[in-house]
Write a protein that binds this ligand. Sequence first.
Ligand code: PGA
Ligand code: ZN
Length: 430
Amino acid sequence: MKIKSVKAREILSSGSTPTIEVTCKLNSGIKGTASVPYGASAGIHEAFVLMDGGKRYNGKGMLKAVGNVNNIISKKIIGLDASKQRKIDETMIELDGTENKKRLGANAILGVSLAVARAAANQKNTPMYQHIRNIFALPIKKFILPNPMMVIIEGGKHADQSTDLQEYLVSPIGSKSVKENIRSGIEVYLALKRILKEKGLSVNVGNEGAFAPSGLPTNETPLKIIKEAIRKAGYKAGKDIGISLDPAASEIYIKGKYKLNKENKKLSSEQMIDYFEDWVNKYPITTLEDPLHEDDWDNWPKLTERLGKKIPIIGDDLTVTNPKRLQKAIDLKAINAILIKLNQIGTLTETVDCCMLARKHKFMTVISHRGGGETNDTTMIDLAVAVNSGFVKVGPSRGERVGKYNRLMEIEDELGTKAKVAGKDFKKIV
Ligand code: PGA
Ligand code: ZN
């Protein structure tokens, strides 16, 4: 299992921004390749993405990160055992030496971390989800497959002139099969397309493959239209299919207030909590992610106290897949569920540690794609299966998104009766 070579390349991500792909080759000749996504509305506490600056790709080139893999990281890890994932990740963290991976870049480090895991899984001829359970000796026996969480209307930084809030999602939970839950979600997405067309609204899609019409009068309108789409597709809102929200509130926070341009409003944190409480009472809302700013620590616990008994309150920019920030959120009772993105923290080991810390506190995990720049890498799905996540958050169209659902359906086939589906029990940690 000795690592023979590690090579990085600059590739393109879905948002026409470069990213990094790494191939790890073992002495046996077996290889593993992985690529790293890129977030459009990244939280300020995320691990550092090293970009080149200068003219190439408007400063977003990744040749420096590529160079760091090929010239610095590779020297340290060639010869190590690829099945010792934790040791390899710790070696890179130490080599970087900064709190947020600023020296070598989290993009460089994550690329290597995932490529090593892939190579070792390939060598053992083990599916990636099982490999993740094995290398970290996860104390999880059953397989509970995640429900889809599909972004179907997007705004904020992910679109142009759409809603102030970033994401409106459908969360199909009604079926005991992944495939059927994916199908119902897609049918709602297509019903929504017909409704938007009837209303004379655009059906062009944003970053994540969701609709992003400009003529929506308020931020509440999508909730009404999505409810209608669920009904028109033949499903029961709340029972078969819930609505999830990711307002990505950090993006609309200006000078201590939440700015809702559509409604010409500037709301305080207290008023934002009221705003969402009203929606939770009126609509079949299943989960609520990043309803407040990433450092509004005083108000998250108030929101979770009020709404957390009804629905999971998910931290994303608040927690950035960082076990330290998650621990703070646990201590303050700021959330009761967490969004997980591998490149927010920058190694597979720390990502799995964050998932396991969440599990220990009975917090549901949701493994997520990135808005701005996805690749065809599907490791996020195997991770979700490895840790029994409640949902995977991915858009319903565009190749780099649906590839993730296709991987999930493939795993469902592979596991057969060995796996159950989270379904309505998504809050139960098994
Ligand atoms: P990002 O957004 O990947 O563009 O940061 C997705 C999210 O906020 O969940
Ligand atoms: Zn988010």
